[in-house]
Design a protein around this ligand. Structure first.
Ligand code: HEM
Length: 458
């Protein structure tokens, strides 16, 4: 039986107010948090391709979808991942699939892709439901006590548990995995996708030294990953086993042990931090909007009744999926996809110098006034019917595009639908100090200050 959707009232969730370039720079310097979002001038949401004038190396924002695609597809290896980003991530994930470029990246992608096939996502679904069930028990305790808790930390714990189960076949319940995530939080707090100070002051290709405590945290995480790898349950259908079994289809080569640890680091980093970021924003938005919750609940009830949500059911929840998609539009976890030009080049008709930083920015692309109707309004129905068909190709890129598109997109989408459906069918979230919430771009798009919530039964 079809349900009649309640009309949605326009809702604009928080974003930093754009200032002039100089005022934005002063504000960001004053805040001292390196948040690139407070720096972006209003023109960044209107320009096709334009320079951010305050950096020593030339930095371009590319909002033209065709030009962005040309850079991201990069069949000639002219635009590798930016040296600022790879330098920052290297101590944790080496020259792995996320950071490498050219032939080395192509070989790793060939080997890793089977670990993310539809079959593997289906096999991983039980890991997701296991983590969600454990999380529900924790929420029952929190609802009983009425205690306020950090939504950021809760979502990170949940997605960390999902990825831990999927990669190693065992939950994040203390021991090596919990230690790995504690060290990971040190890393997350200290490292940005694009470190603002370096972007402004450093010339291109200057090495990125890391603070000793970050190097220590990375070494600890890598030791713990090795531990988890060696002590995982035998004969499981986890992702670590798939990576160990991976062979280059062209040469038959396997990953070395160090390379396996690199790739496990990527799964930790790319596989839980991003999903946690998206879920924090989705829960925050749903908590503000009763009509969104009502439609979500009606859909979950219609598809799954009061029983468990199977993977096949999760695929039949378009409204929940569109909430997730619209959240990824307004709060893309990977705020920028930074690339560097390794020679003088022309992008979208604009000449760029060797060493220029090319910021393809899901954040500005998704809020661009020329690409979207009411760009800052949260409207999940824009992904339905003729409205979806009218979305300009290449303007919606939360998972990137081209050959380096996110390998875990199907995994992340299934995980998010399951989590949102399960959480909101049972709970109402009350956000404390909702009017103080603002986004910040660090390692991912996170709330500038942690969001505190209380829950009660829906
Ligand atoms: C909402 C969740 C997620 C978002 C928004 C997201 C977004 C992205 C984006 C934008 C890229 C491309 C970066 C670039 O081109 O510079 C990427 C790459 C990647 N992601 Fe995700 N991701 C998510 C979840 C996941 C999960 C759950 C996994 C693993 C289980 C994963 C694994 C990867 C890997 C391995 C790459 C590197 C692909 C390559 O360079 O060949 N991601 N992701």
């Amino acid at each position: 039986m079809a349900f009649a959707p309640l009309p949605l009232t326009p809702y604009t969730p928080p974003r930093p107010r754009s200032l002039s370039p100089l005022a934005g720079l002063i504000r960001t310097a004053w805040n001292g948090d390196g948040n690139l979002l407070t720096l972006l001038p209003a023109s960044a949401y209107r320009m096709r391709i334009g320079q951010l004038g305050w950096s020593r190396r030339t930095t371009w924002i590319i909002n033209d979808p065709e030009a962005a695609r040309a850079v991201l597809v990069d069949s000639d290896d002219v635009y590798p991942k930016s040296d600022l980003m790879t330098g920052a991530l290297e101590p944790l994930i080496g020259d792995s699939i996320f950071t490498s470029s050219g032939p080395r990246w192509r070989q790793q992608r060939r080997m890793i892709d089977p670990s993310f096939s539809a079959v593997r996502v289906a096999a991983g679904y039980r890991f997701m439901t296991g983590a969600v069930d454990a999380f529900q028990q924790r929420l029952e305790g929190l609802a009983g006590s009425g205690e306020a808790f950090s939504l950021d930390a809760a979502m990170s714990d949940l997605t960390a548990d999902v990825i831990c189960r999927a990669v190693f076949g065992s939950p994040l319940d203390g021991g090596a995995s919990a230690e790995a995530f504690a060290a990971f939080h040190v890393f997350e707090r200290s490292v940005a996708q694009v470190e603002l100070g370096r972007l402004i002051f450093d010339p291109p290709f200057k090495p990125v030294p890391q603070k000793p405590e970050v190097l220590e945290a990375c070494a600890a995480i890598r030791r713990l990953l090795a531990d988890l790898l060696d002590n995982r349950p035998a004969g499981g259908d986890d992702m670590a086993s798939a990576i160990l079994a991976a062979r280059d289809p062209e040469t038959g080569a396997a990953f070395t042990r160090e390379e396996v640890i690199d790739q496990l680091g990527v799964l930790f980093l790319a596989g839980h931090e991003t999903s946690a970021s998206a879920l924090i924003w989705a829960v925050f938005i749903l908590a503000q909007r009763p009509e969104l919750r009502a439609r979500l609940r009606a859909e979950v009830q219609e598809v799954a009744g009061n029983g468990p949500i199977t993977m096949e059911m999760a695929k039949r929840m378009p409204f929940v999926r569109n909430i997730f998609r619209e959240t990824l539009r307004l709060y893309p976890p990977i705020t920028f996809l930074p690339r560097v030009a390794i020679r003088d080049t022309v992008v979208g008709g604009v000449k760029m110098k060797r060493g220029a930083m090319l910021m393809i920015s899901p954040w500005t692309m998704h809020r661009h006034q020329g690409h979207w109707d009411q760009p800052d309004v949260f409207d999940p129905d824009r992904f339905t019917g003729t409205r979806e068909a009218a979305i300009k190709t290449g303007t919606y890129i939360p998972f990137g595009t081209g050959p380096r598109v996110c390998a875990g997109a199907a995994f992340a989408t299934t995980e998010a639908i399951l989590i949102l459906a399960e959480l909101f069918r049972r709970w109402d979230f009350e956000v404390l100090d909702a009017d103080k919430v603002q986004p910040a771009a660090r390692l991912t798009t996170r709330p500038a200050e942690q969001i505190l919530v209380r829950i009660r039964p829906a």
